[in-house]
Ligand binder design. Structure first.
Ligand code: GLA
Length: 389
């Protein structure tokens, strides 16, 4: 059943649309994050990489001044809206599309009617950011199609703000940045304050990165995310009373946090503890990667999980089970939940030639414990957003 944004779109569906140009195809990937969770909106550090799973958008002008017709091939759904008047729906993929259009318009981009179709293989709800893949592919495609002239930095921001304003998740910048700026075989160390970044070769020798998808998404995924963000802001407000120059948790040292402990609610203290310690772990992880110290990287991943589980409280029993099981596996150097949390994937640093054996073992155990099939993905690091020639 086609869905329409408003009455204006309804009226225009019978217009004689002329194809005024050739179609353009753009791809944008999902991402993994090696370490640095919930640090991005605290102006901190992250270490993501683009993957070889992506969203592909095919787009063309349709000759109308305002009618946009969008097909989501994976859902078998079609949606139409008018550029003259549109607003967010209660929920749904349509909000990502309209959100991106809205943000580009806000930046002064002159967009006209278009037809587009997207499909992808980034698993939804897996913590691999299928949403950023869609936002970035569409933003890039519209920028090309209408020669808007925005650089990748503006498109990244447009994707993020689409999510804030149309989807209702106050996400950080990591996902859109990784999707747009990914580079084959490299991770990206991103400073989410300055947006300065550095590519790190992902040379893992006898090891590989493996994702295990719990195939669960708990209801808290979006509400819990925004609550955590607000709790971090509360922490900053309290810390500011004593340390005036602090604007984000990025600015806080472990010693400063310890000094203020008695003046903070316990929960807020723990949220801050996660962010402050996670930032340090990201930087330590880049040192471990640079020196090829994979056991050290693995330990940092485990510590990240414990912090996300107990201090930030964004894990869930399914994720914890997978991480805990890996502690007893020789094949695994490190494991942690990845992304926003409350479901989705764990990311694991696993010895290549023992990987299949480990996947068999953990899959069997997971099925027995939760009655759910686990989906493993071998990670292959790919390029960021670009036109498909
Ligand atoms: C989601 C958000 C990101 C980031 C992660 C957690 O993926 O979109 O901005 O905050 O969660 O690290």
């Amino acid at each position: 059943m086609p869905q329409r944004g408003n009455a204006q779109a309804e009226k225009q569906t019978n217009m004689d649309l002329t194809d005024t140009g050739k179609s353009l195809t753009v791809q944008s990937p999902g991402r993994i994050n090696i370490i640095g969770e919930h640090t991005d909106y605290n102006d901190g550090f992250v270490l993501p990489a683009a993957v070889d799973k992506k969203t592909t958008v095919q787009i063309a002008r349709n000759g109308s001044p305002a009618l946009c017709r969008v097909t989501a091939a994976n859902f078998g759904e079609h949606f139409e809206f008018s550029l003259d008047h549109f607003s967010p729906l209660k929920a749904g993929w349509q909000n990502y599309v309209m959100g991106v259009v809205h943000e580009l318009q806000q930046l002064g981009g002159r967009i006209e009617g278009f037809d587009c179709r997207f499909e992808g293989d980034v698993p939804i709800g897996s913590g691999m950011s299928s949403s950023a893949a869609l936002e970035c592919s569409l933003a890039y495609a519209l920028n090309e199609l209408f020669t808007l002239g925005f650089g990748r930095d503006r498109l990244i921001k447009a994707g993020q703000m689409a999510e804030h304003r149309f989807v209702g998740i106050k996400c950080g910048i990591m996902d859109q940045f990784a999707s747009m700026m990914g580079k084959k075989d490299y991770a990206i160390l991103l400073d989410c304050r300055s947006l300065a970044y550095r590519y790190f070769p992902l040379e893992l020798g006898d090891h590989q990165l493996l994702l295990l998808n719990t195939n669960v998404t708990h209801a808290l995924a979006s509400s819990g995310y925004n609550t955590r963000r607000a709790e971090c802001e509360e922490g900053v407000a309290l810390l500011k009373r004593r340390f005036r120059d602090i604007t984000h948790l990025r600015d806080v040292t472990p010693a400063q946090l310890a000094e203020m402990r008695s003046q903070m609610p316990e929960t807020i203290f723990r949220r801050c503890t996660h962010v402050v310690s996670e930032n340090e772990r990201v930087l330590a992880a880049t040192r471990a990667l640079s020196s090829g110290d994979l056991p050290a990287l693995g330990q940092l991943m485990y510590r990240s999980h414990v912090s996300l589980q107990h201090d930030y409280e964004v894990s869930c029993p399914e994720l914890d089970f997978l991480v805990e099981r890996s502690l007893h596996a020789d094949a695994v150097l490190g494991s942690r939940m990845m992304g926003g949390g409350f479901g989705g994937c764990t990311i694991n640093l696993v010895e290549k030639n023992k990987c299949d054996e480990w996947v068999d073992d953990v899959s069997r155990a997971y099925l027995a414990r939760f009655g759910i099939l686990l989906t493993p993905y071998s990670v292959s690091i790919g390029d960021g957003t670009g036109v498909v020639l």
